[in-house]
Write a protein that binds this ligand. Sequence first.
Ligand code: PRX
Length: 568
Amino acid sequence: MANIGSYENHLKNFNWSIAEKELGYLDGDVINIGWYCSDRICQLGKSEKTALIWEGKGDHEVKKFTYNDIRVLSNTIGAYLRGLGIHDGDRVCLFMDKVPELYIGLLGILKIGAIAQPLFSAFGDESLFVRLENAGTRAIITQRKHASKIQKILDRLPNLEYIIVVDDEGKKTLKDKEIVFHLDKAERVEKFDIFPTKAESGSILHYTSGTTGQPKGVKHVHYSLISQYLTAKWVLDLQDDDIYWCTADPGWVTGTSYGIIGAWALGVTQCVLDSGFSAEAWYRFIEKYRVTMWYSAPTAIRSLMKAGDEIVKKFDLSSLRHIASVGEPLNAEAVVWSQRMFGKPFYDTYWQTETGSIMISNFPGMKVKPGSMGLPFPGLTAAILDPDSFEPIYAVNKPGLIAFRHDWPARMRTYWNNEETFQKKFKNGWYLTGDRSTIDKDGYYWFIGRDDDVINTGGHLVSPFEVESALLEHPAVAESAVVSKPDDINMEVVKAFVTLHAGYEANDEMELDIMNFIRKKLSPLAMPQEIEWMDKLPKTRSGKIMRRVLHAKEWGEDIGDISTLEND
Ligand code: PRX
């Protein structure tokens, strides 16, 4: 029996107080996600239940942690940070691979009332810099192998006081501001004064990319727990005896909302594989740990499809009870394929860094229409808006902008240091997601695309502006325009159109050099997969580069009105 019971009944009687009651939260009272995800689960009698099964890279080293372990170890990290003078409201960055310190560290940061800022460990120094600078981060917790990227930008970050290295072997001399903290060698802190955060106290700051300007810091608060708990229960259908695997990295919102908070607030056992993708490794992982609930993403699913059907048959995947997906359009073929291979469809879920929790989804028990994102979560007021009037469209199958009334617990509270851009996300009282969709006669949402130039590559948003700015820092690049181009697996990838300064030659070597430059500066995700050399870029008469024209060319679409295009 699925946790949600009847979706229709909940639509009639829904109130977020359902989650508040289950969590024992009193309005206006203290709410600390760190406590709910560890201490409370122990109080419920599950101290010895496994909270985390972690498997490392290469040699498959395994570590297991009970709920009491993560309670005590998050206390330990919290006490250490507090000892450094870090306190409520301070930003503490987590810049690590998917190691246990990342998961437990996040709870430790929350327990002292500080704000956790998880950043994807593959970020290069420039991506890291803009995010740390914007947040005014005081401390960063990292691994030795990533610390050199921080040293490169340290002199431009006056607010950064501590670089806490969790795996230093003591062989290297410590560099400026570096200190060493070993979680397994530290004295375990059994009893800890958790900071009494309230519903609106800041919890997590996730950075997301927009079309223009620098990445935006999405500010979440402790009250987000209410949505994350209930959606994990009703949509992901997490149950007490589940072995749950969320494949997302906590550098991104799925990895925190559901890879940490939702799962642990429900007292579920979750496992983490700290290594890259391979079909063989993933199926082996499911088989080895008897994974029952699997939350993944379309790019991974398409890669599994590409690896073929034969390989699936080599493994016993019969433990899987429920499977779901998020982050980019889940094509109908992938849903049909999973039904054939695993005996169940991937249940698509739609949401964003800004929404903090699942908004539209396929619920267990309901009819899945392959290719559709499903129905809005109970309690949400969702609509498709006319792009000119910003009024709801009631006509069936008519495209419009996906929008919500901004009143669910996990909604973002602002963009860090950027209230102006936050306010621009609203029209007529609606929060605009920036995505387009239709609604069919049964109320199901069908994703069409984004309403901006942001590139969603393999489920990760990349800002063309950020890549263009970085390209201009390459000595050979005179001008650039960045758009997406279609890709079988990642749906879309980054493509750059570049003009070179006089004296530089457009050849394969130069292409590789520029690609590498971006990979190191920003990240492998932002690296253009192709560079096309241009003599000049299409511009408006006022000199603005017309990305739209290049985008249309890549996607074989109509170029549209080009009357403003500059003539020779
Ligand atoms: O464009 C939508 C796409 O991913 C965007 C949100 O990306 P991000 O903030 O990084 O969060 C990703 C994980 C929650 C959305 O605006 N997106 C997300 N889920 C889907 C989707 N596109 C189509 N179908 C989905 N299920």
